[in-house]
Unconditional design. Structure first.
Length: 118
């Protein structure tokens, strides 16, 4: 059974930084395509960044140059380094995983809250 456990959320002032981490268990992590999603109050869940099993990355336009997704296969962990945080980055952030190259993400973490204050 795949389990994803996020950590690292919290309260930060605008312009500050946070690093989220997500530890995966239950299946071969190095074969997984991983992503970070977020959901702000009253809004739909959206993908923020993704990293494939070959470490190709994808970023939502609004976070390019500010956020960095990375993975450490030895630690079964994916990270999201968030710099220059803005008020609009406030959301619940979710780690997601899939082992297929196409289709939706199958496994989700419980989420971690990020609040950016002015």
């Amino acid at each position: 059974q795949v389990q994803l456990a996020e950590a690292g959320g919290g309260l930060v002032q605008a312009g500050g930084s946070l690093t989220l981490s997500c530890v995966a268990s239950g299946r071969t992590f190095s074969s997984a395509n991983m992503a970070w999603f977020r959901q702000a109050p009253g809004k739909d869940r959206e993908i923020v960044a993704g990293i494939s099993r070959t470490s190709s990355t994808y970023y939502k336009d609004s976070v390019k140059g500010r956020f960095t997704i990375s993975r450490d296969n030895a630690k079964n962990t994916v990270y999201l380094q968030m710099n220059s945080l803005k008020l609009e980055d406030t959301a619940d952030y979710y780690c997601a995983a899939k082992w297929a190259n196409f289709g939706s993400y199958d496994f989700w973490g419980q989420g971690t809250q990020v609040t950016v204050s002015s």
